[in-house]
Design a binder for this molecule. Structure first.
Ligand SMILES: Nc1ncnc2c1ncn2[C@@H]1O[C@H](COP(=O)(O)OP(=O)(O)O)[C@@H](O)[C@H]1O
Ligand SMILES: [Mg+2]
Length: 331
């Protein structure tokens, strides 16, 4: 039985018009703080050094890729006429694929490609508009509880009790899954040490940690519940090279030691190439190619005897460049 079956899944979002108070602020030329309505921005990260006002502008200014649904989007804050109009975004556009048990499967694509939406659909956090998703044979719409028991998800911005230590956060998480406290303590130390966290950090408040360290704690929390399917949404984005390698090593270990099926998203070509058995290249909500890294690279002819890189394949397939991951680094 396949670990994940995604059948012709379609999901669009209607962007709601701004609430009354935001419009008043805008008309007076004041930028309002983002309320993180798109779910990517759930307000739990405490490294909010990116300007919130800028994010709002960014949101409206991003051209949506939904074909035929909307014209050019006006990103100016004072554009009145278009403001209340509903803008539709097709986040996942008739996507189908299958992930086999024990596979490390990558979804590679640029920002806004639909990767996180796909992960949320698989993890029962969103419902598809049409299409079907099965996790180990369970329909994600009909067997929500069952699916939630066998999966765990690490999102880009994991939430923690910031005043508490990793140990306290993880014990709390494990208890929710009904796990034994004493055994969990041992496992927490073991997993976090393997991920490169110092002993001292395990007992210090989360708010004192870098984003890289917090990300490792988020992954450790997911691993503690021994999920059959682990969904990792950009697990290494914003990490320094060393932390990246540590996280990647743990992903490989999970599969080697426990046969965990892993579905991860990334915009890092090298990571996808090195880590994944198969890769779905996603752009504007569609899967534009799906194969092993080697086969994908054979899609375009070698230059000067050297095989093509995934970057070149992506450019060839979409006419676009993938985002440089370094650009996004928040460290
Ligand atoms: N909750 C939401 N409401 C409205 N639009 C959304 C929401 N979530 C995602 N989107 C839009 O759907 C598209 C795909 O987003 P996402 O799945 O987050 O892409 P990725 O994870 O590949 O960067 C983007 O255009 C994004 O703005
Ligand atoms: Mg995302």
């Amino acid at each position: 039985m396949s670990a994940v079956v995604v059948q012709d899944v379609y999901k669009k979002f209607g962007k709601p018009g701004d609430p009354f108070w935001k419009k008043v602020l805008r008309l007076n030329g004041i930028e309002a703080a983002s309320n993180g309505h798109n779910g990517n921005n759930n307000g739990h990260n405490n490294n909010g050094h990116s300007s919130n006002g800028k994010e709002i502008l960014g949101e409206t200014a991003v051209p949506t890729q939904a074909e035929g649904l909307n014209g050019p989007v006006n990103g100016k804050p004072h554009a009145k006429a278009k403001e209340t109009e509903k803008k539709m975004v097709v986040a996942v556009n008739h996507v189908s694929f299958t992930v086999e048990k024990g596979e490390i499967f990558g979804v590679l694509g640029p920002n806004g490609g639909g990767k996180s939406t796909l992960i949320r659909l698989i993890s029962t956090l969103l419902l598809p508009d049409s299409g079907k998703i099965y996790v180990f044979g369970y329909d994600v719409e009909k067997s929500v509880m069952k699916v939630q028991q066998i999966i765990n998800r690490v999102s880009v911005e994991a939430s923690f009790f910031k005043k508490l230590s990793p140990m306290e956060n993880l014990l709390y998480g494990a208890r929710l899954y009904g796990q034994d406290g004493r055994q969990t303590r041992r496992q927490v130390v073991e997993i976090l040490t393997r991920l490169g966290l110092e002993k001292r950090a395990i007992y210090s408040p989360m708010e004192e940690m870098s984003r890289g360290m917090q990300q490792k704690v988020a992954i450790a929390r997911a691993l503690l519940t021994r999920p059959e399917l682990l969904l990792l949404d950009e697990p290494t984005t914003g990490l320094d090279p060393r932390s990246k390698r540590e996280v990647q090593a743990v992903v490989q270990e999970m599969r080697a030691q426990h046969g965990t099926t892993i579905l991860l998203t990334t915009h890092d070509m090298n990571e996808a190439d090195m880590l994944c058995d198969r890769i779905a290249i996603m752009d504007s909500g569609r899967v534009v190619a799906l194969d092993t890294p080697a086969a994908l690279k054979r899609l375009i002819p070698p230059k000067d005897g050297k095989e093509a890189t995934l970057e070149e394949v992506f450019l060839e397939l979409t006419g676009k460049k993938l985002v440089d991951p370094e650009e996004e680094s928040e460290e």
